[in-house]
Ligand binder design. Structure first.
Ligand SMILES: Nc1ncnc2c1ncn2[C@@H]1O[C@H](COP(=O)(O)OP(=O)(O)OP(=O)(O)O)[C@@H](O)[C@H]1O
Ligand SMILES: [Mg+2]
Length: 312
């Protein structure tokens, strides 16, 4: 199936024609040495889907005319019921899938014209299923793979690995075999392996699946740090609380289309509850309680407690 050799978002080992016009990143050249520090991107490129439709080879129409623009440094959650096309959508961003119709643009440039090595330096995608991304061996080797393919070496490579492991709380696991780790930690490892590439666009497909509260907090920290560094964070998620608390924008998909797009306050507002229900989504509990108490759809815990106390 989809191994990293198939362009799993973890970098390609060769590149050609340096084109620094997108995101200010120079790709690695053939032979592996970078022509410029490949993991010190300046600004994330804007992402744009223009009328993107996609059908799998068996005829399944997974995307149906998606129009969506994501600005540099945005924090965007993509939500929707199973099979609504979320993973298919984000797989277009690292070139793993190509639209059947329409275009995917980075800074206005069709992704088709961006060399695979350059794309790997710009867009990091942590797969929904970590086992499609990990290949065993040692944790440290997993993490070195991506940045090494971008031409990073020596102490810079060691630093990429160390900081990515620390970001997900796996700093003591460098010598562990990933398959001796449980699912939730393999999932964090897959996220770390993408983080290590320091791509200006970070995409996490269902990052909180299987995570306990500490794991979710780590993922939250990853998203916050990414955006604080001026990079773009995109996550696909079924966890509405994580979405409401951690993202500035929520995109709701249904049947391969974008049906709602706004801030969590807008998307989880009462007037959209029937649309959310149609997409098999439930607004997070604070949104429901907040709306009932007249506090809006993104009340803070403190505001809720205060109002409930005063009503008691
Ligand atoms: N490799 C594939 N071949 C054929 N159809 C596929 C393939 N991958 C996904 N699909 C189908 O495409 C549609 C969209 O799938 P996709 O995985 O993008 O949805 P999703 O929103 O990510 O769902 P989930 O929440 O379950 O992860 C679904 O009907 C799915 O069954
Ligand atoms: Mg999916």
């Amino acid at each position: 199936m989809m191994g990293r050799g198939a362009g799993g978002g973890r970098g390609a080992s060769s590149g050609s024609g340096a084109d620094a016009s997108i995101g200010g990143v120079a790709p690695a050249v053939d032979g592996g040495e970078a022509v410029a520090p490949a993991v010190a991107p300046a600004v994330a490129p804007a992402v744009e889907f223009v009328g993107v439709s996609f059908a799998y080879p068996d005829g399944t129409q997974a995307l149906d005319g998606v129009n969506l623009r994501i600005e540099p440094g945005e924090r965007v959650a993509i939500v929707g019921q199973n099979g609504s096309g979320k993973s298919t959508l984000v797989r277009h961003l690292n070139g793993l899938l190509r639209p059947t119709a329409g275009r995917v643009l980075l800074d206005g440039r069709d992704i088709r014209d961006v060399h695979v090595a350059k794309l790997a330096a710009l867009v990091g995608l942590a797969f929904q299923n970590p086992d499609r991304q990990l290949f065993g061996g040692r944790v440290a080797a997993e993490l070195e793979f991506g940045p090494r393919n971008l031409g990073v070496r020596g102490s810079e490579l060691a630093e990429c690995v160390k900081s990515a492991l620390a970001a997900v709380g796996l700093q003591d696991e460098a010598e562990t075999n990933p398959y001796d780790m449980g699912y939730s930690r393999r999932k964090l490892l897959a996220i770390a392996s993408v983080l290590a590439m320091r791509t200006p666009i970070l995409i996490l497909d269902e990052p909180t699946t299987g995570q306990d509260a500490r794991g979710v907090a780590r993922v939250r920290g990853v998203v916050r740090a990414t955006v604080a560094a001026g990079r773009t964070a995109i996550a696909v998620s079924h966890d509405m609380r994580f979405v409401a608390e951690c993202f500035g924008r929520v995109v709701v998909m249904r049947g391969g289309r974008v049906v709602l797009d706004g801030t969590p306050g807008e998307v989880f507002a009462e007037r959209h509850w029937s649309e959310l229900q149609a997409a098999h989504l439930e607004p997070p509990l604070p949104a429901v309680v907040g709306a009932r108490l007249g506090l809006g759809s993104t009340p803070t815990d403190a505001a809720l407690v205060e109002r409930l106390k005063s009503n008691a």
